[in-house]
Design a protein around this ligand. Structure first.
Ligand SMILES: [Zn+2]
Ligand SMILES: [Zn+2]
Ligand SMILES: [Zn+2]
Length: 137
């Protein structure tokens, strides 16, 4: 399903700013904060960005990722494949990972507790390979 179809189905108007924020998220390889989005989009105030993100969240277009004290946003499935992150606290890169073991574990825990899992969050924070020298020196 395309973005405009999703909007149409829920009776929302796909305005230009909404399309623009979607494109910024789509073109980014890492999750973005509201500040990051604002940097990529001149002439928009943060309130409009927040409002758009609330709608995106309600329509399940984005996922919110909590790293440290910040909220990061990225597109949800089906726009990008399901994944998790290795977040480097030094260079702040968020490497996408798709560990099958984790998905199996989520499945297992759901079954074990007779619980229907609709969503799960899993992010690792640490030091990436490129930044390892900062702790080894
Ligand atoms: Zn790093
Ligand atoms: Zn991601
Ligand atoms: Zn997962």
């Amino acid at each position: 399903m395309t973005l405009s179809e999703i909007f149409e189905q829920h009776g929302f108007r796909l305005t230009k700013p909404r399309q623009q924020i979607f494109d910024i998220l789509k073109n980014s390889e890492i999750p973005l904060t509201v500040g990051d989005i604002a940097k990529n989009y001149k002439n928009i105030n943060r309130t409009s960005i927040y409002r758009t993100l609330i709608i995106f969240d309600r329509l399940k277009i984005i996922n919110t990722i909590y790293i440290g004290w910040k909220n990061y946003y990225e597109l949800a499935e089906p726009f990008i494949p399901h994944h998790h992150h290795l977040y480097c606290i030094n260079c702040q890169n968020a490497e996408p990972i798709q560990p099958k073991e984790l998905e199996k574990l989520v499945d297992y825990i759901g079954k074990k507790y007779n619980f229907i899992v609709t969503k799960h969050h899993f992010e690792l924070e640490g030091i990436c390979e490129k930044c390892r020298h900062i702790i080894e020196e």
